[in-house]
Ligand binder design. Structure first.
Ligand SMILES: [Zn+2]
Length: 84
């Protein structure tokens, strides 16, 4: 898995909820190794819309960020609910 460099622009100075960061993959990944299937992960993919950086993180702030597609966040919340 390639992590990528995390954003280090001015967005980083703001509280997470105000950052122009968008979650592309909330606690899952898709890679060539598993045929691009959705696979649960501790890490989320985050994109900074200001500087364009894309990185993966398991920091708690991902829960305060917007997702680019609603299903990206709902998917795993529904799954967790079903297991619980
Ligand atoms: Zn940035």
């Amino acid at each position: 898995m390639s992590g990528g460099d995390a954003c280090s622009c001015l967005e980083r100075e703001k509280p997470p909820i105000k950052r122009e960061w968008v979650v592309w993959k909330l606690r899952f990944n898709t890679s060539a190794f598993n045929g691009y299937k959705v696979t649960p992960s501790d890490y989320s993919t985050v994109h900074c819309q200001v500087c364009g950086k894309v990185w993966r993180t398991k920091a708690a702030y991902v829960d305060e960020l917007f997702c680019d597609r609603p299903e990206n966040s709902r998917y795993w919340k529904q799954t967790e609910g079903a297991i619980a």
